[in-house]
Design a protein around this ligand. Structure first.
Ligand code: URA
Length: 198
């Protein structure tokens, strides 16, 4: 059965599905709202839907999603315990990098999700997510490549209280560089042991 969203998120979901604010609307099959608990202590933010996600309308349901599921288990978390979303709600053709204009057009949706969920921890999967989220929360001066800052925990202020921002490698990296799996697993082991309850 389809999940019943609270009205504000229902309206946001409809706006995302109908969105034509950038060129990705022309090539998407489905916009991808995100999945999980809208009362989660932890949000995972990836980059953008890939081919499987575009087809199914669900984030991280392909190869990178398999890796993410294994990593969630390392942190003793299940998909239902967290919220999983993306910087872009629509797939860039050929999985190219998000463009600045697309990020600017799409991130008000993510901002609304963050404001509604009020997460205690945001795990940023990859450089695009880390760059956007850290900049949003006043951490622009701390942004470096994900190889340098993955696993760090930046504590800062959100409108609703303290928030921890944790950059991580994007799980897709494991599909072409298996050596990154242990680094990701270490970071998820750290996540396991930090307070995440609201
Ligand atoms: N990669 C992402 O960044 N997000 C997804 O939803 C799938 C793959």
């Amino acid at each position: 059965m389809a999940e019943v969203l609270p009205q504000e998120m229902q309206e946001l979901s409809q706006s995302i599905s109908a969105c034509r604010k950038c060129g990705l609307a022309a090539t998407r099959a489905n916009a991808v709202f995100g999945v999980g608990s809208l009362d989660a202590g932890v949000m995972f933010i990836g980059e953008a839907p890939g081919a499987n996600e575009d087809k199914q309308g669900i984030p991280f349901c392909g190869a990178a999603g398999k890796v993410l599921d294994e990593l969630l288990a390392v942190a003793a978390l299940k998909r239902d315990d967290v919220f999983i979303g993306n910087i872009l709600k629509c797939r860039p053709p050929g999985n190219r990098n998000p463009q600045d204009g697309e990020i600017a057009a799409c991130t008000p949706y993510l901002d609304a999700q963050i404001a509604f969920i009020k997460p205690v921890v945001i795990c940023c999967l990859g450089n695009f997510a880390a760059g956007y989220v850290m900049n949003k929360f006043g951490l622009a001066g701390k942004i470096q490549g994900i190889t340098k800052i993955h696993g760090s925990i930046f504590i800062t202020d959100a409108a609703y209280g303290k928030i921890k921002i944790m950059p991580m490698f994007h799980p897709a990296v494991v599909t072409y560089d298996a050596t990154k799996k242990s680094l990701l697993a270490n970071d998820f082991a750290v996540l396991k042991n930090i307070p995440k309850e609201k």
